[in-house]
Design a protein around this ligand. Sequence first.
Ligand code: NDP
Ligand code: GUA
Length: 488
Amino acid sequence: MTLTALQLADAALLREDLYVDGAWKAGAGGERAAVVDPATGVEIARVAEGTRADAAAAVAAAQAAFPAWSRRTAKERAALMRRWHDLIVEHADDLARLLTAEQGKPLAEARGEILYGAGFVEWYAEEGKRAYGDVIPTNGAGRRLFAIRQPIGVCAAITPWNFPMAMIARKVAPALGAGCTIVVKPAPATPLSALALAELADRAGIPAGVVNVVTGPAEEVGNELAVNPAVRKLTFTGSTAVGRLLLEQTAPTVKKVSLELGGNAPFIVFDDADLDAAVEGAIASKFRNSGQTCVCANRVLVQAGIHDAFVERFAAATAALKVGNGFDDGVEQGPLIDARALAKVQDHVDDATSKGATAVTGGKPHELGGTWFQPTVLAGVTTEMKIAEEETFGPVAPVFRFETEEQAVALANATESGLAAYLYTRDSGRVWRVGEALEFGVVGVNTGLISYEGAPFGGVKQSGLGREGSRHGLDDFMELKYLCLDGV
Ligand SMILES: NC(=O)C1=CN([C@@H]2O[C@H](COP(=O)(O)OP(=O)(O)OC[C@H]3O[C@@H](n4cnc5c(N)ncnc54)[C@H](OP(=O)(O)O)[C@@H]3O)[C@@H](O)[C@H]2O)C=CC1
Ligand SMILES: O=C(O)CCCC(=O)O
């Protein structure tokens, strides 16, 4: 596929340079990196490779823009953000095409991501107006006590390839709504969505330096954002290993850090569940983005009484998923992002089957070749297998059998991760008991889809720090200041 074949209605949305201080520029080192369509292996763009100096320049631009942006009223910021939101929605088809071309997910899913991401911009344009403080009852005559919320300052966002648009919107929108400025480093595999977003921010009239996008290698650009003392807040979505590293790198400058890291989501189906709904929810949760989502069901736990019926129907629905190029009509499963991802999926399947699990459907690379893997259901999975411990990040659903509610909760919690969990039951008492006992930040009850900009999203244990979305998401970009007035 060539860029011409992408047929963007607005060709200027394809940007290949860095966006710093309101201007497009090549990287200081003059290098470029290829962006490849994972479905075809064809190069679709050559994007500027930013250097440490480019990242530092972007931080300086964000620092220079901060005083004026933070002093605007929330209503003034909201008007610009609203314009940005409207441009994103207006160009949703083009943005979706860029996203599918660089990431591989089906076009309809890509369009869904664009609108989901736009939702954060709309939400935080409004929520910025509600950054209330407190008037605290006084502790002495002539004294008045207040707490006010102020923007934290220059922020940095490091984002992954699995949601090239929504993970950026989810970080940039609360930053801007709070009155902060920001530098974004998108994943090298998927920079085009980020750059198109910057183009639309520019057109919306968001002032120079408020939003900056610097593509480039982690050891240069990512590291500069983590260590630069002018950056007061770092927000990251990606692997737990890199999250730990960033915590270390930000420690010397004591930045506020938000981390949205790996999950190992249990999807629990109890005997009293609505079987059809549970199968539908499991398909939606497991196979969204070909399983490359941190909230994807990673372990399907099914109670003994419903186990065989569930596995049979789940495997049939899995086998019926249409696999192919995300641009083709009706395709539900695109390719995995790269060969490394494919190898990890194969390794998890091989490990499980070598220890006694059975592939009820799938289990191999797809006949299409490339990085496609057959949508797979494994039965007879046990906790001795790698797939019980590690995030597969691919289209493989391992099914574990359990007998009692206590066993299900223990099995679900037996992981260092704690992002999302799901349960299916018609017993309202069990909803509360299990919902409260699960050590996860997000719990879906009788649904496999939980994401919404108005709800708090984030993990416990080693799945991360902080919350994105909702009114709580604004807090991560603000400081609380206590004012104590005497002599009133
Ligand atoms: N929570 C989630 O949503 C995600 C979880 N994952 C999990 O992680 C696994 C591996 O995926 P992978 O893409 O390697 O994820 P990474 O965590 O390595 O990458 C995510 C982002 O972090 C950047 N990054 C990597 N190393 C550093 C560093 N030292 N300093 C600063 N930035 C850095 C990457 O840039 P660069 O590529 O330049 O290194 C990219 O922008 C997946 O299989 C999955 O299990 C992956 C993506 C998202
Ligand atoms: O995979 C992620 O990191 C985010 C999940 C997307 C969402 O549902 O918000």
